[in-house]
Design a protein around this ligand. Structure first.
Ligand SMILES: Cc1cc2nc3c(=O)[nH]c(=O)nc-3n(C[C@H](O)[C@H](O)[C@H](O)COP(=O)(O)OP(=O)(O)OC[C@H]3O[C@@H](n4cnc5c(N)ncnc54)[C@H](O)[C@@H]3O)c2cc1C
Length: 362
C-alpha cells in the first residue's frame, strides 16, 4: 500500500524534504508560487537584474514520481491538508515548511516569477535614480542590502538606523565579526546610526523614489530618496489552527520535538523558519532539518525504529557586502574576511547548489 506525504511549502526545506522522500512515498508538494525562489540571492537581483545567476527555479523537474500542487494550505490536521481552492489533500504524513514573511525586498509577495522579477526591476530602477538610501535595521538583511547598494552604486549615500547599540542586534555572533563588518561598512562609506529609532516612518512605500527627511529620537535629521524596512520577520503559520494551535508559540513559531514532529502529532513534522528551534533561521538549517524529517518519515513508513534527532547548529553566518566584500563566522574557523566570504557565498550566491537540488543542472 502506498504512503502519501504532503509537503507544505516549496522553499529550501520543503524542496529538500520532497526530493528526499520522492523514492519512498507518494509526495505531494503544496506551494502557491510558480517557481522556487532562491531568496539568498534576492538582494543581488535587486541591484543587478541582469546578474549571471538565477533567482527563480521551476519545480517541474524536482520530483520523478510525486506532484506539485500550486495552491496554499489554509488548514492542516492529521488527515491531510485543506487548500485555498477548497480541495483536500489526504496524507499519511505531513511536513510543514512554510517559512516566514519578511518585508520587501528581502522577500517578494508576488506568486509568479515574472511578477516578482518586475517588482524587483521597478525597485531597482528607483534605486538607480536616487542619491541616498535609508535602511531601517542593522541585522543581516540591512547590512547585506547596504553592501549590495554600495557595490553597484558607490556614489549613493547609504544610512542604516537601528535602535540596538551595535550591528547584528541580539544575535549570538561574536564581537570580532561585528568589528570586521563595521570596518568594511566604514570603508564603503555606509553610515550607521545606532542606538536610536526614527520618530516616525518615512513617507510613502518602501522602494518608491521620492526625497524625504526623517528625524531620529536622538534628534538627528536624515534625508534620503528611498527607504527599505530591513526587519520584521514573521513565521507563516496562520493555517496552524485547530489541534495545531497549541504548538504555536507567542511569536507564531511551531514547537517541535527533537525528531521534528509537533508534540502530540505523530505524523506531522515542521522544518525551517516556521519552527521554534532556538537557532538562527537559515536555509542551511532548513535543509538539514528536511534531511532529518525525511529520514524519520522513511523509518516510520518502513515499520518504525529509533527516530533521528536534530541538534541546533552553533552560531554562524556568511554575510556578503556586495560580490567582493563581507565577513563570515563559524565556531570551527572563526572570522573570515572579504576574500573568503566572496568565495564561500558573495560571488556565486550558491546558485549551482540549487540548480542541482531542483534537477536543473543536467
Ligand atoms: C535576504 C535574505 C538573505 C538570506 N541569506 C541566507 C544565506 O546566505 N544563507 C542561509 O542559510 N540563509 C539565508 N537566508 C535565510 C533563508 O532564506 C531562510 O532561512 C530560508 O528561506 C528558510 O527556508 P524554509 O524552507 O523554512 O522557508 P522558505 O524558503 O521561506 O520557503 C517557504 C515556502 O512556503 C511557501 N508557503 C508559504 N505559505 C504557504 C502556505 N500556506 N501553503 C503552502 N506553501 C506556503 C512559500 O511560498 C515559500 O515558497 C536569507 C534570508 C533573506 C531574507
Amino acid at each position: 500500500m502506498s504512503t502519501t506525504v504532503a509537503v507544505v511549502g516549496g522553499g529550501y526545506g520543503g524542496v529538500t524534504a520532497a526530493k528526499a522522500l520522492d523514492e519512498f512515498a507518494d509526495v505531494v508538494l503544496v506551494e502557491p508560487r510558480d517557481a522556487f525562489v532562491h531568496n539568498v540571492a534576492i538582494l543581488r537581483q535587486l541591484v543587478d537584474p541582469d546578474w549571471s545567476g538565477r533567482l527563480f527555479f521551476p519545480y517541474d523537474r524536482l520530483l520523478a514520481r510525486g506532484r506539485v500542487i500550486r495552491d496554499r494550505a489554509i488548514a492542516v490536521d492529521a488527515t491531510g491538508v485543506m487548500l485555498g481552492s477548497g480541495d483536500h489533500v489526504p496524507a499519511d504524513y505531513i511536513v510543514l515548511a512554510t517559512g516566514a514573511h519578511y518585508p520587501f525586498p528581502a522577500k517578494v509577495e508576488e506568486l509568479t516569477a515574472d511578477e516578482a522579477a518586475a517588482t524587483l526591476r521597478t525597485a531597482h530602477d528607483a534605486l538607480a535614480g536616487v542619491t541616498g538610501a535609508l535602511l531601517l535595521g542593522a541585522g543581516p538583511v540591512g547590512l547585506e542590502l547596504a553592501g549590495e547598494i554600495k557595490a553597484r552604486w558607490p556614489g549613493t549615500a547609504v544610512t542604516i538606523v537601528d535602535p540596538a547599540p551595535d550591528i547584528l542586534g541580539a544575535t549570538a555572533l561574536p564581537g570580532e565579526l561585528r568589528a570586521e563588518l563595521r570596518r568594511q561598512l566604514d570603508e564603503l562609506g555606509v553610515e550607521l546610526v545606532l542606538g536610536t529609532a526614527l520618530r516616525a516612518d518615512p513617507p510613502g512605500r518602501p522602494g518608491d523614489a521620492g526625497t524625504f527627511t526623517v528625524t531620529t529620537e536622538s534628534g538627528r535629521d536624515i534625508t534620503a530618496g528611498i527607504w527599505f524596512r530591513c526587519h520584521g520577520v514573521v513565521p507563516t503559520t496562520s493555517y496552524a489552527g485547530g489541534s495545531l494551535a497549541a504548538a504555536r508559540d507567542a511569536r507564531g513559531h511551531l514547537v517541535v520535538n527533537p525528531d521534528l514532529r509537533i508534540p502530540g502529532h505523530p505524523t506531522i513534522f515542521a522544518i525551517g523558519d516556521v519552527t521554534a528551534i532556538p537557532e538562527a533561521k537559515m536555509a542551511k538549517a532548513a535543509e538539514q532539518q528536511a534531511v532529518v524529517a525525511a529520514a524519520n518519515i522513511r523509518t516510520l513508513i518502513e515499520g518504525g525504529g529509533e527516530l533521528a534527532t536534530y541538534s541546533p547548529a552553533s552560531p554562524g553566518i556568511a554575510l556578503p557586502l556586495g560580490p567582493a566584500g563581507g565577513a563570515s563566522y563559524n565556531e570551527q574557523v572563526g572570522v573570515l574576511g572579504a576574500a573568503q566570504t566572496s568565495q564561500i557565498k558573495g560571488s556565486s550566491l550558491r546558485v549551482d547548489s540549487y540548480l542541482r537540488l531542483l534537477n536543473l543542472d543536467q
